[in-house]
Each structure stands twice: as C-alpha cells, then as structure tokens.
Design a protein. Structure first.
Lengths: 175, 175
DNA sequence: TTTTCTGCCGAATAGTATTCGGCAAGAATG
DNA sequence: CATTCTTGCCGAATACTATTCGGCAGAAAA
C-alpha cells in the first residue's frame, strides 16, 4: 500500500481565542509589566498556563509586540497632528512610503474618502511640521495636504481586546 | 537663628535626557521584552545602571506605560477608520467623551482645523461603524461626521524617541 | 469503551531583576 | 585650589520570576 498520507491535520488556522485568551489580551494591552503569577491571578490560571498561552498568542501574531509608550512632550515632540495627503494617480507611490523614515511619522494609512493617505505625526514644533509638509509636497503626485493639529488628546490607547457585540441596544456602555 | 531653610534645591524639573536615556527609550519603544542585560549591551551600560535609568524614566513619566500591541484583525476588529466629528459650540462636550468607553475607540483628540474632534476607531465590520456613527450623531451638538476608512496600514508604531533636528537640509533620511 | 490529544497544574530549575557597597568623576563649597 | 558632597556607575550577592518538566484529567477521535 501507499497512500498512508491521507491523514488530514485536525484543525487548520488559529484557534479562535477563548475567554482566557481574551482576558489575558485585555490585561496585557493595558499593562504588559505584570508577572505571569499576577496575570494568572486575575484571569484564573496558573503561571505556566498563562505563560504557554502568551507564548502561543505571540507566535500566532495576535500579540504583535510589546512596547514602551513614551510621552511625546517628554521626548521633545509636543505637537501631534494628522496630515491628510491628496495624491494623484494612486496613493501609495513608493516615494510616499519614504517619509515613514522620519521618526516623527507614527502612522501611515491609505484611506477611502477624500484623502488618499492619512499620516499621524508628532513634531517638535510648528516649524518642523512645516518642513515635513514641504517634504511631502515635494513628492511627485502630491496634489495637496490638509493638517489637523491636536489641541488635546483625551484618549490614546492600543488595540483593545474587547469587542462590542450588542450595538443596536446599548446607548452607551456602563462605566 | 531661624531661616536655615534657605537652601534651594539644586535642580528642579526633569533632567534633560542624555544620550543613554535616548538609546534606552528608542530600544524600549521598539521592543520592551528585552532583558536589562541585553539592553545594557546595546546602550553601553551595566544591567543595574539600565535598570535604574528605566525606573527613573518611568517615575518621571517619560515612559508612560508598557503595553502589548494586539493585531486588530486577530481580535475581531479588522476595520480601522478615522472619524472627524464636527461639533457645534465647543467640541469637548462631556457627552462626547463618553464614547471613549467603547473599546472600539482608540484615540480621541480635539483638533484645530475644519473638524472639532478626531477619533481613531477599530470596528468589527462596516455595520458596527454605522452603529457607532449613530451613537455619535445622537449626541447633542454634533453637526456631522466624516469618516475615512483605512484600506492599508503601512506604518503603525508608538512614539519614537528620535527627533529630526536638521530639517531644512535632508531631503530624506538614509535607510 | 479505548485511545489520543490537548491543556492544565505543582514542583523543580534556570535565568532575570533588584539590591547593596564601594568607587570615581564632577559640582558645590570654602 | 583643597575639600566636601552628590551623582551615577559597576561587580557581586540576593530575591524573585520565567520557564521547563512530568503527570494527570477531560474532550475528541477511533
């Protein structure tokens, strides 16, 4: 006989995140400094069990990475702004990607809407923003930009593990 | 005698971040999982020295927190969007702040420009976005909204420690 | 029902984080 | 300038965690 290779793998694709995973993710997205013992305490698992799950979540890419979030003002960049770039032809010219090399640029998305690209930038001062806009305008195919300068930031947090499921009902989730 | 309390404290305010601090911050903003030994290796300090600096940077608030960054799609929210809210009177009505309770809302800024408030949201699907917009429109003083749906995200990173200082010169920083 | 697989736990081990004492360089003091 | 004081570093010692391991139990497959 041959064909002994018929055994299909049991399950393909990432296991769909059970309640423990969700709690672990929620906790880590809020504070990744806690020990596995403390984590296990809050989610209801032993330290090794939490460890194994976190390891799996990292390998599978659910946890992209763990980072320190810095205070923009403290590092010398108190000015946050969103820059909408209207590009001709089709947004994502390779050149436009180049401005991602500036450490001031934190996000870069191509979007649907009356802007082709949206940037989130954090600058030292208005003049620096002016220079950056100059850089952007010098790129080929850039028709114009529109900047929105943040006056106050009321919320700035990473991707949350929770998902609102009962949209039509709740007017506002409880505190 | 009295007035022996004349001795002014040597230095007020946060020390201004030397080169070591910068390197530590840059490293931690990229990957907070490394050991102090590994960090010390790359920045040129002993593990205890790095530890002490990190502790100080956290206490002083330069390092706001350390978080795990999750994959939006993996947690069930593949749709990223920026929502501009045009509010009457003055943007920051207390009520508007309430929508920050939805775990889908990641950022909330008041801005200068032809929008009063900008939200960054991550939704399960377009319908969920529709519901959220409904919530926003139901708030008093909201004149309208404009949504920009992210098609591709080319860059999404935390505040970088580096600051570009020679703006007028460089056309683009080297790789 | 039996077998297999998965994921948990407690205990053991390995590896860090953290503390401590001493030292050296720069700043303040006289 | 000499002296004192302060700051921040290092190496070694300690305490605490992460990580590994063996065994077990429940669910899924056979």
């Amino acid at each position: 006989m041959e064909n002994t290779e018929d055994v299909r793998p049991k399950r393909r694709g990432p296991a769909p995140l059970d309640a423990f995973d969700r709690r672990i993710l929620a906790a880590l997205a809020a504070d990744a400094d806690r020990s596995y013992a403390a984590l296990g305490e809050t989610v209801g698992l032993s330290p090794p069990a939490v460890h194994e799950r976190v390891k799996r979540l990292k390998r599978s890419g659910v946890i992209r990475d763990t980072v320190a979030r810095l205070d923009g003002t403290a590092v010398g960049k108190p000015l946050t702004a969103f820059v909408h770039v209207e590009a001709a032809g089709w947004g994502k010219s390779e050149r436009l990607m180049q401005i991602a090399r500036f450490p001031e640029v934190e996000e870069l998305h191509s979007v649907a809407g009356d802007a082709s690209v949206i940037l989130k930038v954090r600058m030292e001062n208005p003049q620096a923003l002016e220079f950056l806009l100059g850089q952007i305008h010098s790129l080929p195919g850039v028709r114009g930009t529109r900047s929105y300068i943040a006056l106050s930031t009321y919320l700035d947090r990473p991707v949350q593990a929770e998902v609102t499921t009962d949209w039509p009902n709740v007017p506002l989730p409880p505190e």
